[in-house]
Design a protein around this ligand. Structure first.
Ligand code: RB5
Length: 148
């Protein structure tokens, strides 16, 4: 059993629901931060809700879904402690956990189909950071927070 947080905007709410349901069958328990309907909302508001939790490590990992995944990643990466990655493939999801210690996965409902998105999310939630030579690089990434 693992826990993760998930949020979306109106363009990602259907994929969010599908992921919550399918990942639950595999023992991944979601904290669903909304929205509950497809009424138009602003993706930064939901990125803010999710990153408030993940930046504190409770839970350690999160998933954000919008139309492309890109707006969510831009918003999430403004928050201290967040390393958000847009992933279109399982390979990217695996490597961004192993090498970048990404803590937020961003998906695009208008870009990635539900079946592929589920496989990406499964890999993201079940892959660990390798540390080692990657730790100093991640430390340098985090040292850039607020540096300009
Ligand atoms: C909403 O129309 C769309 O702009 C949003 O979901 C996202 O794709 C932004 O990056």
């Amino acid at each position: 059993m693992s826990s993760y947080a998930i949020a979306a905007d109106h363009a990602g709410v259907a994929l969010k629901a599908e992921l919550i349901s399918e990942l639950a069958k595999l023992g991944h328990e979601a904290t669903d931060l909304g929205p509950a309907s497809t009424a138009s909302v602003d993706y930064p508001d939901f990125a803010a809700k999710l990153t408030e939790l993940v930046s504190k490590g409770t839970p350690a990992l999160g998933i954000l879904v919008c139309g492309t995944g890109i707006g969510m990643s831009m918003a999430a990466n403004k928050v201290n402690g967040i390393r958000a990655a847009v992933c279109r493939t399982e390979f990217e999801a695996r490597l961004t956990r192993q090498h970048n210690d990404a803590n937020v996965l961003c998906l695009g409902q208008r870009v990635t189909g539900g079946g592929v998105a589920l496989e990406i999310a499964k890999v993201f939630l079940s892959t660990g950071f390798e540390g080692g030579r990657h730790q100093a690089r991640v430390d340098k990434v985090m040292a850039l927070e607020g540096s300009r």
